[in-house]
Design a protein around this ligand. Structure first.
Ligand code: 5AD
Ligand code: SF4
Length: 472
């Protein structure tokens, strides 16, 4: 069940923030202290870090973009794969060195990884220089946790309970990007795919009230948001357990009534819950970007069953067909796991086969990573070299498909939302089409944040290059 944090409880957190700000102002002799937040993992974690940023700012810290010189370092961790966990721990080790220079530095770990009890126990014992630790269910109490540390100088370890389904509204937030924003609609997951740790670290499914989502959306649009992703581990379950007959398709319809020039996307949709109503909405809702992320995970029925996904390759392909009937040029993206326990060469070739049939715009591919406490962790594992070799074959095939795909854009004029200067070449601007393709082109800075038309002259596997078409 969802536990909705009351306004009074949130107000108390604001008091803690003000008290912490006063302490920090003293310590900084009237100036501001500095905080660095590093985020691992998915958009859900990015969204949480935006709330952390809002809270630390209110507590008297300016955000900085590195560990050097920081008074507070927060590492928001991910547990979905071992690789993300090792990266977070290695960063934690590097921050320790910084603490030698500045003994007052507060080091905090939070997020999915530390919500697992075996990890939080380990950190408690072996990473004694970590000052505060709090799990996903305690994020809203971060002001209280940090204040306690500031006042007592003691370690505060609150891993929380992964299954505790918290919904907290009204916390401060600083968005990382003005134009592309995330808005949560629901949290947690009830699906228990056999490989996945998310239900254990993010708790059961619960939805935000529709008025809270719509209000946040309206405010974001007023503040200039142009590309809005509605977030949830399984957005298609929006409203379950909260409303009798109001679901995600209804929320999208209400969201589209908000005035302004913006596009809506959503992620993640579970194929087993992609309803005809939602597919119809994709075709009729004027605010929806022509894009859908629909995680497949494997093309083999045998593996899908072992993964507990609740659909077959044929149902998946018929969903793709239905979606493309409604929106023929929809940008379809997916997630694939290779090397799931028991995956044979034949199973894997069925995944490759689906890539050829469905022709995704883009895939997010992962080597299966064994997660403690999940069902798949007890199944016979595949040796790493086999997994890694399959991974290369998968990404090579997709690169071929994408290049072919991108070639098809050459000579065409595409509409892009100009996001800013190109990260690799500052003489160029970068924009994104509503299919999510990155487009690089030369143009004046004053068009950043607006929509531009660009003629594509060259394509590569992962990007398009073009010339700006003057607007008048
Ligand atoms: N190993 C590898 N990939 C995983 N994912 C989730 N759990 C694991 C795991 N144990 C992938 C899935 C999911 C994406 C967010 O991460 O493809 O859709
Ligand atoms: Fe996101 Fe899942 Fe990683 Fe948590 S474990 S940060 S929910 S991908």
């Amino acid at each position: 069940m969802a536990k909705r944090i009351t306004e009074a409880e949130i107000a108390r957190q604001y008091d803690f923030m003000d008290e912490a700000a006063a302490i920090n102002a003293d310590l900084a002799a009237g100036g501001r202290r500095r905080a660095f937040i590093r985020t691992f993992g998915c958009q859900q974690n990015e969204a949480d870090s935006e709330i952390l940023a809002g809270m630390v700012s209110r507590m008297g810290y300016d955000l900085c973009d590195g560990v050097a010189g920081a008074d507070l370092v927060l590492i928001n961790t991910c547990a979905v794969r071992e690789h993300a966990e090792s990266r977070a721990l290695s960063l934690t080790g590097r921050v320790k060195a910084e603490k030698k220079k500045n003994p007052d530095l507060i080091i905090g770990l939070c997020g999915c990884m530390v919500t697992q009890s075996h990890i939080s126990e380990d950190i408690k014992k072996k990473f004694t220089y970590v000052d505060i630790l709090f799990g996903t269910s305690e994020l809203w109490r971060f002001p209280e946790i940090l204040l306690e540390r500031l006042k007592t100088g003691e370690r505060v370890i609150e891993p929380g309970i992964g299954s505790r389904g918290i919904v907290a509204e009204g916390l401060p937030q600083i968005r990382a990007d003005k134009y592309r924003v995330w808005i949560n609609v629901m949290y947690g997951c009830n699906n228990f795919c056999s490989y996945c740790v998310v239900p254990y670290v993010r708790g059961r499914e619960r939805s935000r009230l529709r008025e809270d989502v719509l209000r946040e959306l309206e405010e974001a649009v007023k503040a200039g948001a142009r590309d809005i992703t509605l977030l949830g581990q399984n957005v298609n379950s929006y409203g379950r357990g909260l409303y009798d007959d109001y679901g995600f398709a209804d929320l999208l319809r209400d969201a589209a009534k908000i005035e302004g020039d913006f596009k809506l996307r959503f992620m993640t949709s579970h194929p087993k819950d992609l309803t005809p109503a939602l597919i119809a909405e994709l075709g009729s809702n004027p605010k929806l970007a022509r894009a859908l992320h629909l995680p497949l995970q494997s093309g083999s029925d045998r593996i899908l069953k072992r993964m507990n996904r609740g659909y077959t390759r044929d149902t998946y392909l018929s969903l793709v067909k239905a979606v493309r009937e409604v929106v023929p040029d929809i940008a379809l993206t997916t997630d694939i796991i290779v090397g799931f326990p028991g995956e044979t060469e034949e199973d894997f070739s069925e995944t490759l086969d689906i890539l050829r049939l469905a022709r995704f715009d883009n895939i997010y591919s992962f080597i299966y990573s064994k997660r403690r406490g999940t069902k798949a962790a007890d199944m016979p594992q595949i040796p790493y070299p086999v997994k890694s070799e399959r991974y290369t074959r998968l990404t090579d095939l997709q690169a071929e498909i994408e290049l072919e795909f991108n070639r098809g854009f050459e000579g065409k004029i595409l509409e892009v939302l100009v996001e800013g200067k190109s990260k690799t070449d500052d003489t160029r601007l970068t924009g994104r089409t509503d299919r999510g393709k990155a487009v690089h082109f030369e143009g004046p800075d004053c068009i950043i944040g607006s929509t531009a038309h660009v003629r594509i002259v060259r394509s590569e596997t992962y990007a398009l290059y073009g010339e700006l078409i003057p607007s008048d």
